[in-house]
Write a protein that binds this ligand. Structure first.
Ligand code: HEM
Length: 552
């Protein structure tokens, strides 16, 4: 062999060795980094109290036998307001139950767990509203909040009369059939209210609305399941069936958007002034839906700077579908709970009716409901939201840095932070001895101020006699003043639709109760349980209700 080929061979061998060494060192460093991270996590977690854990798999065995809420309830009773659980060697879950610490955590921890973002992106494509990282959602959150809250300021009624009439028509139809499932009525009310808000009046006459609603429900059944795979299960047939449903939903969303545009153009030609009621362009841009340059945007609907364009990775209609999905399921849950509570608390329903009639008598615009003055009705909405939150947990994580709370506890980066919202909202320390009972009066205070008497009464559950909403002096408390009121979350990732939903749902109920009395059908379940169903809590078995027309 010539000396040059020997030299070449040695050189190649040297190169290969160098490459292998560099690879080995890099992999070792990466592994070391992981090990250091793991030890830091274990070390930092040591100072957080929690049940002892002997298994390598953490507390998963415990959780396989009981629900997470049950385990957390017992752990909080035993270890205090902050407890940790291990869901695996690297998965630390920290639960917080003390309202002031919860507020602080929800403000400081800006990111959500990747699972939520994955569920939304699998179903609706990349979007800028339900992503895990706060940086990705911040802008879109702001524009949606501005649009929704702007509507509250602009219009006396968030829900236009046409929408209320459409819901009432359907209820008339239901009434003809006798009793009805609470769940079915609430889903329809929520769907109509939200669809008409997001897509405009064209939604009310849209022939494919029923299919759209069914698709949303079908997707809700499987969304969490498919998102729970850390590697997308392309090899599963069921997954492709699920993707097919999502694609159909996308096509239908595009269809209704087009219908709205047609409608919008028609109205623009007919009468510019009707634009306020019929155009959905402001909401669409707030949600990053398709923007149609040929559709004139009225100045008063949305300013140019809010016409947030989609970034390159965002799916057109992704946010529209995401908001329809989240808003529909959660709003239906809330409406269903209000219907069931009113049916089982006839005396409160009667008082709300009196309140509606009283406000109507004093109102100049007879066709509109002034829900701001219907204090007991609003208090009923708050109380129903308190007793049946959308889900058992609020969740957060801090992706970039450790989180130190005022009480000195440091929560390591990447830990799952949860708030057992159901426990917090039924805690006797925050809500009094009647914390598990339906008592809307707890949100009313007497004599124009939150008198000590009313507050104490609320804590002992004896407020009913003290506060009568028909007294002009009684005042509605801001539910968010109580740090333990969390049906819409709190802090940097709180629900953007809170004010809109409360107002909208109250408006629908004002019209409903004015015309009908809600009764429980004889023999129907009086104490249904909050059960997780289709991604949200629902009362199951769903009560059967009857609408009885009032003689006005
Ligand atoms: C009764 C109805 C509703 C309930 C109970 C509800 C509840 C919630 C909750 C608990 C969160 C998480 C908050 C947190 O982690 O702190 C949330 C997030 C959100 N909600 Fe709602 N929601 C409702 C309706 C709506 C509606 C109608 C809209 C929009 C029109 C909406 C828009 C949003 C958005 C965009 C987020 C995501 C915020 C983020 O991740 O940054 N919600 N909602």
């Amino acid at each position: 062999m010539s000396s040059s080929s020997i030299l070449l061979r040695d050189y190649a061998q040297w190169e290969l060795n160098a490459f292998l060494w560099i690879s080995l060192i890099t992999i070792t460093l990466l592994l070391l980094k992981k090990v250091v991270k793991l030890f830091t996590l274990w070390f930092q977690a040591k100072s957080i109290p929690g049940p002892p854990c002997s298994s390598f798999y953490g507390h998963t065995y415990l959780l396989s036998r009981r629900s997470l809420t049950e385990v957390l309830s017992q752990s909080h009773d035993k270890y205090g307001s902050i407890v940790k659980l291990w869901l695996g060697p690297t998965k630390l879950l920290v639960s917080i139950k003390e309202p002031v610490l919860i507020k602080e955590m929800l403000l400081k921890a800006e990111d959500k767990l990747p699972l939520t973002g994955r569920a939304f992106s699998l179903a609706f494509g990349q979007s800028s509203l339900f992503a895990s990282s706060f940086d990705k959602v911040q802008k879109r959150r702001e524009s949606l909040a501005l649009e929704l809250n702007g509507r509250l300021l602009e219009r006396e009624n968030v829900i236009p009369t046409k929408v209320v009439d459409s819901v009432m028509d359907r209820i008339n139809g239901i009434m003809g059939k006798g009793s009805s499932d609470c769940k079915v009525v609430s889903q329809h009310m929520a769907f109509t209210m939200l669809g008409a808000t997001i897509f405009g009046d064209a939604f009310l006459a849209w022939s494919k609305a029923t299919v759209y609603e069914e698709l949303l429900m079908k997707i809700a059944k499987d969304a969490c399941f498919w998102a729970s795979y850390s590697v997308t299960p392309f090899w599963k047939r069921g997954f492709w069936r699920y993707q097919h449903l999502c694609t159909r939903l996308r096509c239908l969303t595009q269809d209704i958007v087009q219908q709205c545009c047609k409608n919008c153009k028609l109205f623009c030609h007919l009468d510019q002034s009707t634009h306020n009621e019929t155009s959905n362009t402001g909401m669409e841009t707030a949600l990053g839906g398709p923007s149609h340059s040929d559709v004139p945007v009225p100045d008063n609907l949305f300013s140019e700077k809010l016409n947030g364009n989609l970034n390159a990775r965002e799916e057109p209609c992704g946010n529209l579908m995401g908001v329809m999905f989240h808003g529909y399921l959660t709003t239906a849950g809330l409406i269903g709970n209000i219907l069931a509570r009113l049916a089982t608390h006839q005396e409160i329903q009667d008082k709300i009716y009196e309140e509606i009639i009283m406000v109507r008598k004093g109102s100049v615009k007879q066709e509109q409901q002034s829900v701001d003055k219907m204090l007991l009705l609003l208090a009923t909405v708050y109380e129903s939201a308190r007793l049946l939150p959308a889900g058992p947990l609020l969740q957060r994580c801090s992706l970039k840095h450790d989180l130190t709370l005022k009480n000195g506890v440091t929560i390591p980066t990447g830990a799952m932070l949860v708030v057992p919202v159901q426990l917090v909202q039924m805690d006797k320390c925050s809500w009094g001895s009647d914390s598990c009972q339906f008592n809307p009066y707890r949100f009313l205070s007497a004599n124009g101020k939150q008198s000590d008497k009313a507050c104490n009464a609320s804590l002992t559950g004896a407020v009913k006699e003290d506060v009568d909403p028909r007294e002009t002096s009684s005042v509605l408390k801001d539910p968010n003043d109580n740090a333990a009121f969390l049906p819409f979350g709190s802090g940097s990732r709180a629900c953007v639709g809170q004010k809109f939903v409360i107002h909208g749902v109250a408006t629908l109920f004002a019209s409903l109760l004015e015309r009908y009395e809600i009764r429980l059908r004889a023999g129907s379940e009086e104490n249904p349980k909050a059960t997780m169903n289709n991604c949200v809590y629902q009362l199951l078995p769903s009560p059967e209700i009857v609408f009885v027309r009032r003689n006005t």
